[in-house]
Design a protein around this ligand. Structure first.
Ligand code: PHE
Length: 481
């Protein structure tokens, strides 16, 4: 068994998990999806999913990591042996590794845009620019495969360097600098947006809801987003959990991660929409919300260049503290399984993900439309990879919930959770039934409309999951009791 590493301090897991959770998902994706989906109704589905489904699965995922003290794939392999369950459960680890690899590929490209905008803002290039100029500028960035590749490369190398230095000298030390700075900057930007924007309009946009307004794809996006923002269902949290101190409280930590993550999304949403409404701009811009609408708002405001620059530094810091958690599970697996050195493992993961990222790069220009990819999959490579992760993460989440709920024994869970019987029963009920059913419900409702041909694939994975769960259950009952 791998000589197991543990974070230096009891609280480091919390820091690392918050670093993973808070990222482009909160600052870029959440606001633009909310804007596209008309505000409140989207947030309602998102928030309910976080609390009813996200937190129990978060607890389950940390538990699997800490109980196995290995990388997700090897950890699941170990747990399937010690629990005498089907090897099929290893799917959790593999699904996670694949999702991490897919997410990192586009995450790094988008984070790269923030490098560009930090530069533009701090050099004052956008000060006083009008809407046309700013949106032309964004289009020009997207039209340039060279520039996009350059930024993508810089960002992914920076992330790789941190992980390559190891969990103590790299990840922990990095997070200790990045995270406090993030919270300070976020508050600064909020204060600025209260002074110069229209915070009341932002609040009413975010917190008035009409569920009937939410489209089917909106439902899927809301559920996908709640998994994405909590970094759930793909091994990042499990990998960090493997290093968690045995004495830190699982439940409290999980609730804290979800609360901080949601608070950051709300604050970012308020700040961004306050600036957008204050400048009289549109909310439904899509992915360009942060890169067109927001710079435009900053361009017209006092000290906009400086505050805008600081804002994009915040985006970069949040992105890098998340991207390192995408590299860690795969890197740790390569080290454990193939005896690679950490730098070798990180290099391999980063190069592979970088190469896949080139597909996202060209989705915005050379292969924007009308190519074979569009004909085959009905969308760009970037949209396709994103859709896959929107499905894989909740799917991984269901499997994690089922395994933790059915395969782990009462005493094991109690040892990890150290809680009373009532909380234990509530949690177990949520992961055994509610979380899987809720996610399955949304899948069944939305995916046929969104993408007919994916159903057989998902159905198959669900069947494997159900089969494995059933077998585990039978074995457990025939042996223990
Ligand atoms: N949670 C991160 C964000 O919101 C994204 C992420 C997903 C990171 C999955 C790690 C794993 O930006």
């Amino acid at each position: 068994m791998s000589g197991h590493n543990v974070w230096t301090h009891k609280g480091t897991f919390l820091l690392a998990a918050v670093g993973s959770a808070v990222g482009l998902g909160n600052l870029w994706r959440f606001p633009y999806l909310t804007g596209e989906n008309g505000g409140g109704a989207f947030i309602l589905v998102y928030a309910v999913t976080i609390f009813a489904v996200g937190i129990p699965i978060l607890i389950a995922e940390i538990m699997l990591g800490r109980a196995s003290r290995q990388s997700p794939i090897m950890g699941m392999r170990h747990l399937t042996k010690t629990h005498n369950t089907s090897r099929a459960w290893e799917t959790i680890g593999w699904l996670g590794a694949v999702s991490a690899f897919l997410i990192l590929s586009f995450y790094s490209v988008i984070a790269g845009w923030a490098i560009h905008y930090t530069w533009l803002m701090l050099t004052g290039s956008l000060v006083g620019a009008d809407a046309q100029a700013i949106s032309d500028g964004f289009d020009a960035l997207l039209a340039s495969p060279g520039l996009l590749t350059l930024y993508h490369t810089l960002f992914i190398i920076a992330s790789g360097l941190i992980v390559g230095m190891g969990i103590h000298r790299g990840i922990e030390s990095g997070l200790r600098i990045i995270m406090p700075a993030l919270f300070a900057i976020l508050l600064l930007v909020l204060a600025y947006s209260v002074m110069h924007g229209d915070i009341a309009a932002a609040a009413s946009f975010l917190f008035t809801f009409n569920l009937a307004e939410l489209s089917l794809e909106g439902w899927l996006q809301a559920v996908g987003q709640s998994f994405f923002t909590l970094s759930l269902g793909m091994g990042a949290i499990m990998a960090y959990g493997a290093y968690m101190s045995s004495t830190a409280s699982l439940t409290r930590t999980a609730i804290a991660v979800a609360a901080v993550d949601t608070a950051v999304a709300m604050v970012a949403g308020l700040a961004i929409f306050s600036l957008v409404f204050g400048a009289g701009l549109e909310t439904g811009q899509g992915p360009g919300l942060m890169f067109v609408t927001l710079p435009l708002a900053f361009a017209e405001m006092p000290l906009g260049g400086l505050v805008g620059g600081v804002f994009f530094i915040l985006v970069l810091g949040a992105a890098i503290s998340s991207s390192i958690s995408l590299i860690e599970p795969v890197a740790a697996f390569l080290v454990e399984r193939f005896d690679m050195t950490r730098p070798q493992a990180v290099t391999l993961m980063v190069i592979a993900s970088w190469a896949l990222g080139l597909l996202t790069v060209v989705s915005f220009n050379i292969y924007a439309e009308g190519t074979i990819f569009h004909t085959l999959f009905g969308r760009s490579a970037f949209d396709f990879i994103e859709l896959l992760t929107n499905i894989f993460m909740p799917l991984g989440g269901i499997l994690i919930a089922l395994f933790a709920g059915w395969a782990l024994t009462h005493s094991e869970v109690m040892k990890e959770m150290r809680t009373n019987e009532t909380w234990f029963s509530i949690w177990r009920f949520l992961v055994r039934f509610i979380a899987p059913a809720a996610v399955a419900f949304v899948f069944l409702r939305t995916i046929p409309q969104v993408d007919g041909y994916l159903i057989p694939a998902i159905g198959a994975v669900l069947l494997v999951g159900a089969f494995a769960a059933g077998r585990t259950f039978l074995m457990e009952n025939s042996q223990e009791k």
